[in-house]
Design a binder for this molecule. Structure first.
Ligand SMILES: Cc1cc2nc3c(=O)[nH]c(=O)nc-3n(C[C@H](O)[C@H](O)[C@H](O)COP(=O)(O)O)c2cc1C
Length: 375
């Protein structure tokens, strides 16, 4: 156990510890982040995918997912015929028992896949086959040569979830219209200071507190923490200090002195609650995305359109931070139901804000060969 020193450091870092000379040491450490790791030579079985097929799937895998679980698996029936499956070993039963967020993440994956295919001169024909949220098979995908649909693919590589550094300025009317383009009738922006925005800030802080105190939720989070560089490189998924927004000395101290299990102590749960509560009051306000009809297909469609919006937001220097605890905790869902009419079906609660500088993406991704198998 790294206890006494660890207690000292964690107390200090949450309180704003100043360590002279540590910055140089930190930057000397080779830390696991997306840009610093070249995925090892892909060991793809022969004939499984074409080079461009693998490239399309690499772009697809840059999609966001809850806790960065990357819950996708591809069965390649042939190089052009794929089956998208939910990888249920990557479910989050404590916070997402109905697989709602898992399906939203698969929707974002399909959106990236479709954009990348179009841009590389292919058409991706996607047929949703899942009938219940528990189904393993989600969609059948055919890739055919088609007319190129140009799209700046660097947008897919440059998007990331940003949690810190939000400016207080409200979103301009033009940017709200731009972001809502793909979500007509399913998009609402509540500027900071509005009554709804205050309700969402308070409700999110409260739901986060409830979740942090719930042992199963916190233990599940711990399973997806990748604090050491070695752990991160072995798994290439989950949450690193940087992807959780712990940068600089704070991130270095957590990586160096803490084990994932330390997140279970009452003191550290409280620190997480305090940090989140501060974050909920930063930024331009909140966006709520409501769901599309059609059961499983509707949830997947919502994930696709959310992703389209997130890619646009990157271009306007707007940070998007999903904070889903109100949808995950009974107290949060109840608060939403009281404040909104019964027929609203919120699927995403997003804190938004302009940034001065949009950071490089840091969250890890598994190489394509890790999630593709012969169908
Ligand atoms: C359905 C869904 C729910 C999410 N919920 C949260 C959340 O409650 N809190 C949070 O900080 N990030 C949340 N995220 C963001 C993920 O943690 C993030 O996408 C993942 O770590 C990968 O990082 P990236 O988006 O920068 O690529 C969510 C993402 C998705 C798709």
């Amino acid at each position: 156990m790294k206890t006494t020193r660890k207690e000292f450091i964690t107390q200090g870092l949450y309180g704003g510890l100043a360590l002279t000379g540590v910055t140089a040491l930190m930057s000397a450490c080779a830390w696991a982040r997306r840009g610093s790791i070249r995925n090892e030579q892909e060991s793809m079985p022969r004939g499984l995918l074409s080079g461009e097929g693998a490239e399309i799937l690499r772009y697809a895998s840059l999609a966001p997912s809850g806790h960065n679980t990357q819950p996708w698996k591809i069965k390649a029936v042939s190089p052009e015929e794929w089956i998208l499956c939910a990888d249920h070993s990557r479910r989050l039963p404590a916070v997402d028992p109905e697989n709602r967020e898992l399906l939203l993440s698969l929707g974002a994956f399909l959106e990236n896949l479709s954009i990348a295919a179009g841009s590389l001169g292919y058409a991706a024909d996607i047929r949703i086959t899942a009938r219940t949220p528990q189904d393993t098979e989600i969609a059948r995908i055919s890739i055919r040569r088609g007319t190129a649909r140009p799209y700046p693919l660097e947008r897919l590589s440059r998007r990331s979830t940003v949690k810190q550094g939000f400016l207080d300025r409200e979103l301009s009317g033009a940017d709200v219209r731009y972001l809502s383009e793909s979500l007509q009738g399913h998009f609402a922006y509540f500027p900071k200071g509005s009554r709804h925005a205050r309700c969402i800030s308070e409700g999110t802080a409260e739901a986060f507190r409830a979740q942090a105190m719930r042992d199963d939720g916190q233990r599940e989070l711990v399973q997806w923490l990748r604090l050491s560089s070695g752990h991160a490189r072995r798994r290439m998924d989950g949450l690193t200090t940087e992807s959780m927004g712990m940068t600089g000395i704070a991130g270095w101290a957590v990586r160096t002195f803490m084990d994932p299990e330390d997140f279970l102590t009452p003191a550290n749960r409280q620190r997480g609650i305090d940090m989140t509560s501060r974050l909920t009051s930063e930024g331009a306000g909140w966006i709520i995305i409501t769901g599309y009809p059609g059961g499983v297909a509707g949830i997947i469609e919502t994930g696709r359109r959310f992703q389209r919006m997130a890619l646009l937001a990157r271009e306007r220097m707007i940070a998007i931070h999903p904070m889903t605890q109100m949808l995950e905790e009974p107290s949060g869902r109840q608060a939403l139901a009281v404040n909104h009419s019964g027929n609203v079906d919120p699927q995403f609660i997003l804190r938004v804000g302009y940034l001065d500088r949009y950071p490089e993406p840091v969250s890890l991704r598994r190489p394509v060969s890790w999630f593709v198998e012969r169908g």
